[in-house]
Design a protein around this ligand. Structure first.
Ligand code: ADP
Ligand code: MG
Length: 388
Protein backbone atom coordinates (compact mmCIF):
# COMPACT_ATOMS: atom_id res chain seq x y z
CA UNK A 1 0.00 0.00 0.00
CA UNK A 2 1.41 3.38 -0.94
CA UNK A 3 1.77 5.94 1.82
CA UNK A 4 -0.98 8.52 2.44
CA UNK A 5 0.93 11.32 0.69
CA UNK A 6 1.22 9.23 -2.48
CA UNK A 7 -2.45 8.27 -2.21
CA UNK A 8 -3.45 11.93 -1.91
CA UNK A 9 -1.42 12.85 -5.00
CA UNK A 10 -2.87 9.92 -6.91
CA UNK A 11 -6.46 10.75 -5.99
CA UNK A 12 -5.81 14.35 -7.01
CA UNK A 13 -4.50 13.39 -10.44
CA UNK A 14 -7.32 10.89 -11.02
CA UNK A 15 -9.92 13.49 -10.08
CA UNK A 16 -8.62 16.68 -11.62
CA UNK A 17 -6.38 15.37 -14.42
CA UNK A 18 -3.40 17.42 -13.31
CA UNK A 19 -0.84 17.30 -10.49
CA UNK A 20 -1.28 18.99 -7.09
CA UNK A 21 0.95 21.89 -5.97
CA UNK A 22 1.22 21.03 -2.29
CA UNK A 23 0.32 18.61 0.48
CA UNK A 24 -0.97 19.57 3.93
CA UNK A 25 -1.33 17.26 6.88
CA UNK A 26 -3.02 17.38 10.28
CA UNK A 27 -3.13 14.75 13.04
CA UNK A 28 -5.89 13.15 15.06
CA UNK A 29 -5.62 13.30 18.83
CA UNK A 30 -6.13 11.61 22.14
CA UNK A 31 -6.90 13.33 25.43
CA UNK A 32 -4.67 12.00 28.22
CA UNK A 33 -6.69 13.57 31.04
CA UNK A 34 -9.16 16.43 31.55
CA UNK A 35 -12.56 15.17 30.41
CA UNK A 36 -15.61 17.45 30.09
CA UNK A 37 -13.50 20.25 31.48
CA UNK A 38 -13.11 22.22 28.24
CA UNK A 39 -16.60 23.75 28.17
CA UNK A 40 -16.21 24.57 31.87
CA UNK A 41 -13.21 26.82 31.04
CA UNK A 42 -10.91 24.26 32.64
CA UNK A 43 -7.77 22.30 31.73
CA UNK A 44 -7.23 19.50 29.19
CA UNK A 45 -4.09 17.54 28.32
CA UNK A 46 -4.33 16.08 24.80
CA UNK A 47 -1.60 14.79 22.48
CA UNK A 48 -1.61 14.78 18.67
CA UNK A 49 -1.11 11.24 17.34
CA UNK A 50 0.63 9.69 14.36
CA UNK A 51 -2.61 9.19 12.43
CA UNK A 52 -3.19 11.91 9.86
CA UNK A 53 -5.45 13.50 7.32
CA UNK A 54 -3.57 14.59 4.22
CA UNK A 55 -4.85 17.01 1.59
CA UNK A 56 -3.33 17.51 -1.85
CA UNK A 57 -4.19 20.96 -3.20
CA UNK A 58 -3.83 23.13 -6.28
CA UNK A 59 -4.46 26.85 -6.09
CA UNK A 60 -7.16 28.40 -8.27
CA UNK A 61 -7.40 31.98 -9.47
CA UNK A 62 -11.14 32.21 -8.77
CA UNK A 63 -13.03 31.61 -5.51
CA UNK A 64 -14.28 28.09 -6.32
CA UNK A 65 -13.53 25.11 -4.10
CA UNK A 66 -13.71 21.58 -5.52
CA UNK A 67 -13.11 18.67 -3.15
CA UNK A 68 -13.04 14.86 -3.08
CA UNK A 69 -12.25 12.40 -0.31
CA UNK A 70 -11.28 8.75 -0.64
CA UNK A 71 -13.43 8.05 2.43
CA UNK A 72 -16.57 9.11 0.54
CA UNK A 73 -16.66 8.17 -3.10
CA UNK A 74 -19.10 10.14 -5.18
CA UNK A 75 -19.32 13.46 -6.88
CA UNK A 76 -16.83 16.23 -6.61
CA UNK A 77 -18.20 18.71 -4.05
CA UNK A 78 -18.15 22.30 -5.31
CA UNK A 79 -18.87 25.65 -3.67
CA UNK A 80 -17.90 29.31 -3.91
CA UNK A 81 -16.10 31.10 -1.12
CA UNK A 82 -18.61 33.00 1.02
CA UNK A 83 -21.55 31.28 -0.69
CA UNK A 84 -21.64 28.05 1.27
CA UNK A 85 -25.44 28.11 1.49
CA UNK A 86 -27.21 25.75 3.84
CA UNK A 87 -25.22 22.79 5.22
CA UNK A 88 -25.69 19.52 3.34
CA UNK A 89 -27.54 16.74 5.15
CA UNK A 90 -26.36 16.21 8.72
CA UNK A 91 -23.07 14.37 8.91
CA UNK A 92 -21.97 15.14 5.36
CA UNK A 93 -18.17 15.44 5.31
CA UNK A 94 -18.11 18.52 3.12
CA UNK A 95 -19.82 20.57 5.85
CA UNK A 96 -16.54 20.59 7.80
CA UNK A 97 -14.77 22.30 4.88
CA UNK A 98 -17.62 24.65 4.04
CA UNK A 99 -17.83 25.51 7.73
CA UNK A 100 -14.25 26.70 7.65
CA UNK A 101 -14.63 28.92 4.58
CA UNK A 102 -17.93 30.20 5.91
CA UNK A 103 -16.26 31.19 9.20
CA UNK A 104 -13.49 32.98 7.28
CA UNK A 105 -16.04 34.84 5.15
CA UNK A 106 -18.06 35.84 8.21
CA UNK A 107 -14.87 37.19 9.78
CA UNK A 108 -14.18 39.30 6.70
CA UNK A 109 -11.13 37.30 5.64
CA UNK A 110 -10.83 36.61 1.89
CA UNK A 111 -9.61 33.31 0.46
CA UNK A 112 -8.85 32.09 -3.04
CA UNK A 113 -10.31 28.81 -4.29
CA UNK A 114 -8.63 25.40 -4.27
CA UNK A 115 -8.97 22.02 -5.90
CA UNK A 116 -8.30 19.40 -3.26
CA UNK A 117 -8.16 15.67 -2.59
CA UNK A 118 -8.43 14.28 0.95
CA UNK A 119 -7.06 10.96 2.21
CA UNK A 120 -6.11 9.82 5.68
CA UNK A 121 -5.72 7.09 8.22
CA UNK A 122 -7.46 8.61 11.24
CA UNK A 123 -10.32 6.17 11.81
CA UNK A 124 -13.63 7.97 11.28
CA UNK A 125 -15.95 8.26 14.25
CA UNK A 126 -13.65 6.33 16.59
CA UNK A 127 -13.10 9.24 18.97
CA UNK A 128 -9.65 10.17 17.64
CA UNK A 129 -11.02 13.35 16.08
CA UNK A 130 -10.83 12.69 12.38
CA UNK A 131 -13.18 15.67 12.08
CA UNK A 132 -10.67 18.10 13.59
CA UNK A 133 -7.85 16.55 11.54
CA UNK A 134 -9.91 17.24 8.41
CA UNK A 135 -10.77 20.81 9.42
CA UNK A 136 -7.23 21.67 10.45
CA UNK A 137 -5.55 20.11 7.40
CA UNK A 138 -7.94 22.11 5.23
CA UNK A 139 -7.68 25.28 7.33
CA UNK A 140 -3.89 25.12 7.23
CA UNK A 141 -3.99 24.70 3.45
CA UNK A 142 -6.35 27.67 2.95
CA UNK A 143 -4.36 29.83 5.38
CA UNK A 144 -1.12 29.09 3.56
CA UNK A 145 -2.38 29.18 -0.03
CA UNK A 146 -4.27 32.46 0.48
CA UNK A 147 -1.47 33.90 2.65
CA UNK A 148 -3.88 34.84 5.40
CA UNK A 149 -1.08 34.67 8.01
CA UNK A 150 -3.35 33.28 10.70
CA UNK A 151 -1.51 31.68 13.64
CA UNK A 152 -2.15 27.96 14.24
CA UNK A 153 -4.32 28.99 17.21
CA UNK A 154 -6.36 31.32 14.98
CA UNK A 155 -6.82 28.51 12.42
CA UNK A 156 -8.07 26.30 15.27
CA UNK A 157 -10.50 28.99 16.45
CA UNK A 158 -11.79 29.48 12.91
CA UNK A 159 -12.33 25.71 12.58
CA UNK A 160 -14.19 25.59 15.88
CA UNK A 161 -16.37 28.51 14.77
CA UNK A 162 -17.17 26.64 11.55
CA UNK A 163 -18.07 23.50 13.44
CA UNK A 164 -20.22 25.40 15.97
CA UNK A 165 -22.02 27.66 13.55
CA UNK A 166 -22.14 25.75 10.26
CA UNK A 167 -21.82 22.04 11.05
CA UNK A 168 -24.02 22.60 14.11
CA UNK A 169 -21.88 20.80 16.68
CA UNK A 170 -21.32 22.55 20.02
CA UNK A 171 -17.73 21.26 20.38
CA UNK A 172 -15.04 22.89 22.51
CA UNK A 173 -11.67 24.06 21.18
CA UNK A 174 -9.51 21.12 22.33
CA UNK A 175 -9.56 18.96 19.20
CA UNK A 176 -8.78 21.76 16.80
CA UNK A 177 -6.10 23.25 19.04
CA UNK A 178 -4.14 20.05 19.55
CA UNK A 179 -4.36 19.16 15.84
CA UNK A 180 -2.95 22.60 15.00
CA UNK A 181 -0.42 22.97 17.83
CA UNK A 182 0.71 19.45 18.78
CA UNK A 183 4.42 18.75 19.32
CA UNK A 184 6.26 15.50 18.81
CA UNK A 185 6.78 13.53 22.06
CA UNK A 186 4.73 16.09 23.99
CA UNK A 187 1.22 16.51 25.29
CA UNK A 188 -0.27 20.02 25.40
CA UNK A 189 -1.69 21.45 28.61
CA UNK A 190 -4.44 23.79 27.45
CA UNK A 191 -6.13 26.32 29.68
CA UNK A 192 -9.53 26.52 28.01
CA UNK A 193 -10.32 29.83 29.68
CA UNK A 194 -7.65 31.93 27.96
CA UNK A 195 -6.42 29.32 25.43
CA UNK A 196 -2.94 29.52 26.83
CA UNK A 197 -1.06 26.29 26.15
CA UNK A 198 2.16 24.68 27.23
CA UNK A 199 3.90 21.57 25.80
CA UNK A 200 4.50 18.86 28.39
CA UNK A 201 7.15 16.22 27.59
CA UNK A 202 5.97 12.60 27.64
CA UNK A 203 8.71 10.45 29.19
CA UNK A 204 10.62 8.37 26.62
CA UNK A 205 9.95 5.24 28.65
CA UNK A 206 6.20 5.35 27.94
CA UNK A 207 4.11 3.85 25.14
CA UNK A 208 0.90 5.58 24.14
CA UNK A 209 -1.80 2.99 23.51
CA UNK A 210 -5.40 3.69 22.48
CA UNK A 211 -7.98 0.94 22.64
CA UNK A 212 -11.32 1.44 20.92
CA UNK A 213 -14.01 -0.41 22.85
CA UNK A 214 -16.19 -0.52 19.72
CA UNK A 215 -19.20 -0.04 21.98
CA UNK A 216 -22.05 1.34 19.85
CA UNK A 217 -22.43 4.85 21.18
CA UNK A 218 -25.99 5.94 21.84
CA UNK A 219 -27.51 9.01 23.54
CA UNK A 220 -24.16 10.78 23.27
CA UNK A 221 -25.48 14.15 22.16
CA UNK A 222 -28.38 14.35 24.60
CA UNK A 223 -26.24 13.19 27.54
CA UNK A 224 -23.50 15.66 26.54
CA UNK A 225 -25.98 18.52 26.43
CA UNK A 226 -27.43 17.43 29.77
CA UNK A 227 -23.97 17.44 31.40
CA UNK A 228 -23.32 20.92 30.02
CA UNK A 229 -26.60 22.16 31.47
CA UNK A 230 -25.90 20.58 34.86
CA UNK A 231 -22.47 22.24 35.02
CA UNK A 232 -23.93 25.58 33.97
CA UNK A 233 -26.62 25.29 36.65
CA UNK A 234 -24.00 24.91 39.38
CA UNK A 235 -22.00 27.85 38.00
CA UNK A 236 -25.24 29.90 38.03
CA UNK A 237 -25.85 28.88 41.62
CA UNK A 238 -22.56 30.53 42.54
CA UNK A 239 -23.22 33.51 40.26
CA UNK A 240 -20.10 32.90 38.14
CA UNK A 241 -19.53 32.45 34.43
CA UNK A 242 -18.20 28.89 34.63
CA UNK A 243 -17.12 26.19 37.09
CA UNK A 244 -13.56 27.45 36.68
CA UNK A 245 -14.44 30.13 39.20
CA UNK A 246 -15.76 27.75 41.88
CA UNK A 247 -13.37 26.16 44.39
CA UNK A 248 -13.77 22.69 45.87
CA UNK A 249 -14.16 24.32 49.29
CA UNK A 250 -17.06 26.46 48.03
CA UNK A 251 -18.67 23.44 46.41
CA UNK A 252 -18.45 21.36 49.60
CA UNK A 253 -19.87 24.21 51.67
CA UNK A 254 -22.87 24.49 49.32
CA UNK A 255 -23.49 20.75 49.06
CA UNK A 256 -26.74 20.79 51.07
CA UNK A 257 -28.21 23.47 48.80
CA UNK A 258 -27.40 21.65 45.57
CA UNK A 259 -29.21 18.88 43.84
CA UNK A 260 -27.13 15.72 44.49
CA UNK A 261 -26.56 14.95 40.81
CA UNK A 262 -25.52 18.52 40.03
CA UNK A 263 -23.13 18.44 43.00
CA UNK A 264 -21.47 15.24 41.69
CA UNK A 265 -21.15 16.64 38.17
CA UNK A 266 -19.43 19.75 39.49
CA UNK A 267 -17.20 17.70 41.79
CA UNK A 268 -15.96 15.76 38.76
CA UNK A 269 -15.10 18.95 36.89
CA UNK A 270 -13.32 20.62 39.81
CA UNK A 271 -11.31 17.54 40.81
CA UNK A 272 -10.55 16.76 37.15
CA UNK A 273 -9.09 20.24 36.63
CA UNK A 274 -6.78 19.68 39.56
CA UNK A 275 -5.82 16.19 38.36
CA UNK A 276 -5.05 17.50 34.88
CA UNK A 277 -2.61 20.08 36.18
CA UNK A 278 -1.07 17.52 38.53
CA UNK A 279 -0.76 14.96 35.71
CA UNK A 280 1.18 17.53 33.65
CA UNK A 281 3.60 17.90 36.52
CA UNK A 282 3.83 14.13 36.96
CA UNK A 283 4.63 13.67 33.25
CA UNK A 284 7.18 16.48 33.26
CA UNK A 285 8.94 15.02 36.30
CA UNK A 286 8.70 11.42 35.06
CA UNK A 287 6.63 10.41 38.11
CA UNK A 288 4.81 7.44 36.58
CA UNK A 289 3.34 6.17 39.85
CA UNK A 290 1.66 9.55 40.39
CA UNK A 291 0.42 9.62 36.81
CA UNK A 292 -1.01 6.13 37.31
CA UNK A 293 -2.90 7.26 40.41
CA UNK A 294 -4.27 10.40 38.75
CA UNK A 295 -5.51 8.55 35.66
CA UNK A 296 -7.19 5.95 37.89
CA UNK A 297 -8.89 8.69 39.91
CA UNK A 298 -9.99 10.40 36.71
CA UNK A 299 -11.63 7.20 35.52
CA UNK A 300 -13.41 6.68 38.84
CA UNK A 301 -14.65 10.24 38.76
CA UNK A 302 -16.03 9.81 35.22
CA UNK A 303 -17.67 6.56 36.31
CA UNK A 304 -19.14 7.59 39.67
CA UNK A 305 -19.54 11.38 39.62
CA UNK A 306 -19.98 12.28 35.97
CA UNK A 307 -21.56 8.92 35.06
CA UNK A 308 -20.35 8.78 31.47
CA UNK A 309 -18.70 5.35 31.37
CA UNK A 310 -20.40 2.08 30.41
CA UNK A 311 -19.70 -1.44 31.78
CA UNK A 312 -17.58 -2.59 28.79
CA UNK A 313 -15.32 0.47 29.16
CA UNK A 314 -14.99 -0.06 32.93
CA UNK A 315 -14.04 -3.69 32.34
CA UNK A 316 -11.46 -2.71 29.72
CA UNK A 317 -9.87 -0.21 32.09
CA UNK A 318 -9.85 -2.74 34.94
CA UNK A 319 -8.16 -5.49 32.93
CA UNK A 320 -5.43 -3.13 31.73
CA UNK A 321 -4.98 -1.63 35.18
CA UNK A 322 -4.36 -5.09 36.59
CA UNK A 323 -1.49 -5.63 34.15
CA UNK A 324 0.22 -2.25 34.47
CA UNK A 325 -0.14 -1.50 38.19
CA UNK A 326 1.72 1.72 38.97
CA UNK A 327 3.98 1.44 35.91
CA UNK A 328 1.49 3.31 33.79
CA UNK A 329 -1.94 4.88 33.71
CA UNK A 330 -5.21 3.97 32.03
CA UNK A 331 -8.61 5.66 31.74
CA UNK A 332 -11.50 6.25 29.40
CA UNK A 333 -10.87 9.14 27.02
CA UNK A 334 -13.38 11.24 25.10
CA UNK A 335 -16.97 12.21 25.64
CA UNK A 336 -18.08 8.86 27.06
CA UNK A 337 -20.80 6.21 26.60
CA UNK A 338 -18.33 4.07 24.67
CA UNK A 339 -15.38 5.21 22.60
CA UNK A 340 -11.75 4.70 23.55
CA UNK A 341 -9.51 3.97 26.50
CA UNK A 342 -6.05 5.56 26.67
CA UNK A 343 -3.07 3.95 28.38
CA UNK A 344 0.40 5.38 28.97
CA UNK A 345 2.57 2.44 29.98
CA UNK A 346 6.18 1.43 30.28
CA UNK A 347 7.33 0.04 26.89
CA UNK A 348 8.08 -3.30 28.54
CA UNK A 349 4.34 -3.70 29.28
CA UNK A 350 2.96 -2.89 25.84
CA UNK A 351 2.70 -6.52 24.74
CA UNK A 352 1.10 -7.52 28.04
CA UNK A 353 -1.57 -4.82 27.59
CA UNK A 354 -2.38 -5.98 24.06
CA UNK A 355 -2.45 -9.61 25.22
CA UNK A 356 -4.81 -8.99 28.13
CA UNK A 357 -7.21 -7.10 25.86
CA UNK A 358 -7.11 -9.91 23.29
CA UNK A 359 -7.54 -12.61 25.91
CA UNK A 360 -10.24 -11.01 28.05
CA UNK A 361 -12.20 -8.22 26.41
CA UNK A 362 -14.25 -10.23 23.93
CA UNK A 363 -14.87 -12.89 26.55
CA UNK A 364 -16.16 -10.32 29.04
CA UNK A 365 -18.21 -8.16 26.68
CA UNK A 366 -18.83 -9.97 23.40
CA UNK A 367 -17.12 -7.08 21.58
CA UNK A 368 -13.82 -6.92 19.67
CA UNK A 369 -11.52 -4.08 20.66
CA UNK A 370 -9.23 -2.26 18.21
CA UNK A 371 -5.77 -1.37 19.50
CA UNK A 372 -3.78 1.60 18.16
CA UNK A 373 -0.11 1.87 19.12
CA UNK A 374 0.59 5.59 18.87
CA UNK A 375 3.21 8.21 19.41
CA UNK A 376 2.75 11.89 20.21
CA UNK A 377 3.21 13.86 17.02
CA UNK A 378 3.59 17.34 15.59
CA UNK A 379 0.56 19.40 14.67
CA UNK A 380 -0.56 20.48 11.21
CA UNK A 381 1.97 21.43 8.59
CA UNK A 382 2.69 21.70 4.89
CA UNK A 383 4.63 18.62 3.86
CA UNK A 384 8.06 19.32 2.44
CA UNK A 385 8.60 17.68 -0.90
CA UNK A 386 11.48 15.55 0.35
CA UNK A 387 9.19 13.97 2.95
CA UNK A 388 7.01 12.28 0.36
P1 ADP B 1 -14.32 11.65 15.09
O1 ADP B 1 -13.95 13.08 14.99
O2 ADP B 1 -14.24 11.12 16.47
O3 ADP B 1 -13.56 10.78 14.13
P2 ADP B 1 -16.81 12.67 14.13
O4 ADP B 1 -18.16 12.07 13.94
O5 ADP B 1 -16.68 13.91 14.92
O6 ADP B 1 -15.85 11.51 14.68
O7 ADP B 1 -16.18 12.98 12.70
C1 ADP B 1 -16.21 12.02 11.68
C2 ADP B 1 -16.67 12.70 10.40
O8 ADP B 1 -15.64 13.61 9.94
C3 ADP B 1 -16.87 11.75 9.24
O9 ADP B 1 -18.14 11.16 9.26
C4 ADP B 1 -16.68 12.69 8.05
O10 ADP B 1 -17.85 13.45 7.84
C5 ADP B 1 -15.60 13.63 8.53
N1 ADP B 1 -14.25 13.16 8.10
C6 ADP B 1 -13.24 12.80 8.89
N2 ADP B 1 -12.16 12.41 8.17
C7 ADP B 1 -12.51 12.51 6.87
C8 ADP B 1 -11.87 12.24 5.62
N3 ADP B 1 -10.63 11.78 5.55
N4 ADP B 1 -12.57 12.48 4.49
C9 ADP B 1 -13.82 12.96 4.55
N5 ADP B 1 -14.47 13.22 5.68
C10 ADP B 1 -13.85 13.00 6.84
MG1 MG C 1 -15.03 14.70 15.89
Amino acid sequence: MSNPAQRANKLFVQTFGTTADDLYLAPGRVNLIGEHTDYNDGFVLPAAINFHTIIAVKRREDDTFRAVSDAFSGDIKTWQFGQEGQPEEQGSWINYLKGFTSALATSGLPAKGLDLAVVGNVPLGAGLSSSAALEIAFGTAVNDCSQLRLSPLAVAQMAQRGENQYVGCACGIMDQMISALGEQDHALLIDCEDLDSEPVPIPESLSLIIINSNVQRGLVESEYNLRREQCEAVANHFGVESLRHVSLGQLEAAKAQLDETAYKRARHVLTENRRTQQASQALASNDIARLSELMAQSHQSMRDDFEITVPAIDQLVEMIDKVIGNQGGVRMTGGGFGGCVVALVDHALTDAVVETVEANYAKATGLEATVYLCSASDGATRLDEDLY
